[in-house]
Design a protein around this ligand. Sequence first.
Ligand SMILES: Cc1cc2nc3c(=O)[nH]c(=O)nc-3n(C[C@H](O)[C@H](O)[C@H](O)COP(=O)(O)O)c2cc1C
Length: 257
Amino acid sequence: MAVIFYLSGSGNSLYAAQQIAEKLEECRLETIGSYLRKPYTVEDEIVGIVSPVYCFALPPMMAQFLAKLNAKPNYCFGVVTMGGNQGRALKQMSEALSAKGVALNYAQTVIMPDNFFGIPLEKRIEQLKVAEPTIAKFAQDIAQAKEDLGSVKEAMLWKLFGTSASWWYLKNRLNFEKLTVDANKCVGCGICADVCQMENIKMVDGKPTFGNNCASCLGCFHWCPQSAISAGKLTLDNSKRYVNPNINLEMMKGEQK
Ligand SMILES: Cc1cc2nc3c(=O)[nH]c(=O)nc-3n(C[C@H](O)[C@H](O)[C@H](O)COP(=O)(O)O)c2cc1C
């Protein structure tokens, strides 16, 4: 039996997790939010982790998940989806797993449309054209329990400056952690709450309210059909709004919880 734990805001990592799961026998998908709410001993022989890259590293919520994970798989793989630069994300994953006594066997990165910077539509289509067969190849490798750690690299520059400087900029200059809703645009559909895998959004009187357990995934921001949500100074217009075209709301909702 196999399990893939994932975090996904705009659906890139969920797409990769789904494609890999399809090639494995009896593989379930679970969000890291679900595991963090109710940690347990993972009995599966194969454990996969699929994550976006944030600020040249793993998302802080993914790091929290790895610190909690209790598993002893025979085969463990990690895939990170990214706009273009993983920094030290896979190295961080490998170290965090190793601290829990789990050895990573296979790890890869794949470039997918960046959900932080607005990428023009033609460029997104081009990137996905390359990413899809790349992920299919990873899935094949993983189904054959291949070993490959060639992408697990230390990146001292990112470790020392890139990650903390980027988070500093996001938090202090963009005020990125302050999620707000434009009450004039919001129609109270509740999609933002449905796609939030941390269950950090509650609908109160028909409007979203945001708690303190945000994974910074921008899921609410991108899935809102009214572009009513802002993350500090980060606001959306339709040219910047991005969700993976292979992932629909039902998949996000169905597999998030
Ligand atoms: C807060 C934040 C920081 C990001 N930082 C990076 C980065 O340092 N390097 C990179 O290549 N992509 C970065 N990205 C882009 C995402 O890693 C990429 O779009 C990923 O595929 C999103 O996956 P998801 O749709 O499953 O959430 C960042 C995205 C967010 C939201």
